[in-house]
Design a protein. Structure first.
Length: 423
């Protein structure tokens, strides 16, 4: 999009330049009575106009077909500008023309829009064009005046070279700095929008949990009464007993939500702290076994894992459970039962890889999951989005990939190593 906008500006500037060139040539020849090569100048302007018309047509076709505009297109347009301007100067005084400094304009545009190596290429070509104008300039008569004019044009050439180099380096540096700042601002806005979405989603979840508390309590009372009434009924008693399991799970999840909400409030009031890796893994194992008893979870811990601590977050275990929940769904679709967690240790972080035996992620899911809420039949798009937000909040990263067995999710979590205290 930036290169397409740059091409449009180049074409607009060239249209203005063609009109000014034609006007300047006609005024200089007919009004000011300058001795100009009128026919060659008009021929060059005519060819430049045809090239401009062709460029506009090609650009419009690319825009309509949504074809990408590459850096090579900008380079060729700027090379054409240097060529046409050099030819016009060559037939109107060469290096003695006061408008010879316009050769710096393509260099400035290249410094703003193109990578450094292409900017250097156009700078060298512009310097070569000016050098050719100086070399082709007719020699002055011998004498002190001729020597002074020769020194003057050499000084002008040196000045042009220095100006081109300064423009190429300084404008390129400023352009890169500005682009970096714009990317930082865009990232900050995206993070702010994500934070607002998280707050809204958290408020909705808290409200729903609060509204579920009373119905669950009523259901628990009704279940107790039904159990008493069905104690002597061999038909109803198994049904009523089976109801106890989902009711207990709902009540446990409600209590867990309240506990994590309190942990989040406490976390805002104290400095960040760490927890042992083994403690987190045990918590994940227990939650996984409780919620998915038909699945097998295999964990491979790093060497000396008992001496590793990671940043503690009340929602970190829930974030990993969300990932495991997706792996369970993928396994159930193909009738598999094995999920593997492999943890590798590095200098400053732990690298988790969670692998299932499902069908894997599609290309669209890999590009969007975790960074935005997407449509999902089972609602896991929101879950993984929340997981990604939790991991990013503690300074980690999340990435999706596929392997030969199914899907894999790579998670990086900051850690620190501590020495066990011995008596």
């Amino acid at each position: 999009m930036l290169l397409q906008s740059s091409i449009r500006r180049v074409l607009l500037l060239r249209s203005v330049a063609i009109a000014l060139q034609l006007l300047a040539v006609l005024i200089a020849y007919y009004v000011l009575d300058f001795a100009l090569a009128l026919l060659p100048l008009l021929s060059i302007i005519a060819v430049e106009s045809l090239f401009q018309l062709l460029s506009v047509v090609v650009l419009r076709r690319r825009i309509h077909s949504r074809a990408p505009v590459g850096a090579a297109t900008v380079v060729w347009q700027l090379l054409a500008d240097i060529l046409f301007l050099t030819l016009l100067l060559m037939h109107s005084g060469g290096a003695t023309n006061a408008f010879v400094s316009l050769l710096l304009l393509p260099v400035m545009i290249a410094a703003v829009t193109l990578p450094g190596r292409l900017t250097v290429l156009l700078t060298v070509i512009a310097i070569a064009a000016y050098s050719a104008l100086v070399i082709m300039m007719p020699l002055h008569h011998q004498g002190e005046h001729g020597m002074q004019m020769r020194h003057h044009f050499i000084a002008m050439w040196i000045n042009f070279v220095l100006s081109a180099v300064v423009v190429a380096t300084l404008v390129s540096a400023l352009s890169r700095t500005l682009a970096k700042q714009q990317r930082a601002i865009a990232q900050s806005r995206e993070e702010q929008l994500r934070a607002e979405q998280l707050v809204s989603l958290g408020s909705a979840a808290a409200q729903a949990t609060h509204q579920l508390a009373t119905p669950l309590a009523n259901l628990a009372l009704l279940h107790d009464e039904a159990r008493e009434l069905s104690a002597d009924s061999p038909t109803l008693k198994p049904v009523v007993d089976d109801m106890a399991v989902p009711l207990t799970q709902c009540q446990r999840q409600l209590d867990l939500f309240r506990a994590r909400a309190q942990q989040l409030r406490d976390a805002h009031e104290r400095a960040p702290h760490y927890q042992p890796l083994l403690q987190l893994v045990d918590e994940i194992r227990q939650a996984f076994t409780l919620n998915y008893p038909s699945q097998q979870l295999h964990c491979q811990l790093p060497h000396q894992g008992e001496h590793i601590e990671i940043i503690s977050d009340p929602l970190l275990s829930a974030a990993v459970i969300n990932v495991l929940a997706n792996a369970v769904r993928a396994n159930e679709e193909v009738g598999a039962e094995r999920i593997t967690i492999t943890i590798h240790d590095s200098d400053s972080a732990l690298h988790w890889r969670i692998e299932d035996q499902g069908r894997g992620f599609s290309a669209e899911m890999q590009a969007s999951l975790g960074s935005a809420v997407i449509a999902s039949s089972d609602g896991f798009g929101v879950a993984l989005w929340l997981t990604n937000a939790t991991i990013e909040r503690i300074g980690g990263t999340l990435a999706l990939a596929n392997n030969e067995h199914g899907a894999c999710i790579d998670i990086t979590i900051p850690k620190r190593r501590y020495e066990a205290v011995t008596d």
